[in-house]
Design a protein around this ligand. Structure first.
Ligand code: BDR
Ligand code: CA
Length: 320
């Protein structure tokens, strides 16, 4: 595929095993041009998410993908992390080498702004897999980028399914609700992958076993990450496998027909302690407020795993 037909994306992320799956899916997909990976504090602190992003690039043998460090914490609140899900490193599971590729010196939000201004209007998609702090900072520093971003596809929120970090809120939005509020009010076209979708994408034993059998080092390491990652949610929800949240964002870019939803108005709760970070989705259109997001509700989970597994199969060199 010629370079100029590839879709330009920036992956903003807090890896996280499911972030790792999303990044590997993107790096294995020839339709996508990953301009850079921007790390944000979330699942684990920033020094670890920046480290983990580089580990994933090295697993994919893609040291050429630049990795930028961004916000060390939310805009106005103390950082909440999720080691109880992801382990101390954020990528617990496989034995992983420390990364050797360098971090970029430019700040993540500066890189986001520069990429959007330097590239043609509507050509860069932001893929948000963690708290939205870096993207909110970019919008604060350069509000003019809002009209130039193609779209933001984000994993965050939940509505019919409720929350996962509190009864009302999903983790990414809960950690930095003020940042999410800025993003949802930005006017940028948004595609939202909430828990309503991701809770249907389960890493069952059969599905992870297929990934474990693939011949690359990246797929093998990912399968070990997934085995660690699913244990918390298997116990919590009593399911075979856990939800594989973040790769839904990348799968949407590759095969949007796997997902269905509707355009809705979405507002973020920032005031209440009880419902902090709740995504209030006007699914039934009762407010009369303009829609600001395509809210996904359903997914073809078999089709999703078919896509993920086949890309992991063809995207990386075989280990010997
Ligand atoms: C989200 O929170 C993180 O723990 C995962 O990486 C995902 O982005 C799910 O609520
Ligand atoms: Ca994440």
């Amino acid at each position: 595929m010629a370079d100029d037909t590839r879709q330009k994306i920036i992956i903003d992320t807090d890896p996280g095993q499911d972030d790792a799956a999303a990044i590997l899916l993107a790096l294995a997909s020839p339709e996508l041009d990953v301009l850079g990976i921007t790390a944000v504090a979330g699942n684990v602190p920033l020094d670890l998410t920046a480290r983990n992003a580089r580990i994933i690039c090295e697993l994919a043998e893609r040291r050429d993908v630049p990795v930028f460090a961004g916000a060390a914490g939310p805009l106005t609140r103390p950082l909440v992390t999720a080691e109880h899900v992801h382990g101390k490193s954020g990528l617990d599971g496989p034995a992983l080498d420390e990364p050797t590729m360098a971090m970029q010196v430019e700040d993540a939000s500066a890189f986001i702004v520069r990429s959007i201004l330097e590239n043609e209007e509507q050509s860069v998609t932001l893929c948000a897999l963690g708290p939205l702090t870096n993207i909110a900072e970019a919008l604060h520093d350069a509000p003019e980028i809002a009209g130039r971003v193609r779209e933001i596809v984000l994993m965050g929120g939940g509505f019919f399914e409720g929350g996962n970090i509190t009864p009302a809120a999903e983790f990414n939005i809960y950690v930095d609700p003020e940042a999410a509020d800025i993003v949802f009010r930005s006017g940028i076209p948004i595609v939202m992958m909430p828990l309503d979708v991701t809770h249907k994408v389960l890493t069952t034993r059969v599905r992870t076993e297929r990934i474990a059998q693939l011949p690359s080092r990246a797929a093998k390491a990912l399968s070990e990450m997934l085995l660690f990652f699913e244990r918390f949610d298997e116990e919590k929800y009593g399911t075979d496998g856990g939800p594989l949240h973040d790769p839904c964002v990348i799968a949407y870019l590759l095969k949007p027909d796997l997902f269905s939803g509707r355009m809705c108005n979405v507002e973020i709760e920032t005031m209440s302690e009880l419902t902090r970070g709740m995504t209030v989705v006007d699914w039934w259109g009762v407010t009369g407020q303009a829609a600001n997001a395509m809210v996904m509700r359903d997914v073809d989970a078999e089709g999703f795993f078919e896509l993920l597994t086949s890309r992991l199969d063809t995207g990386f060199s075989r280990r010997d």
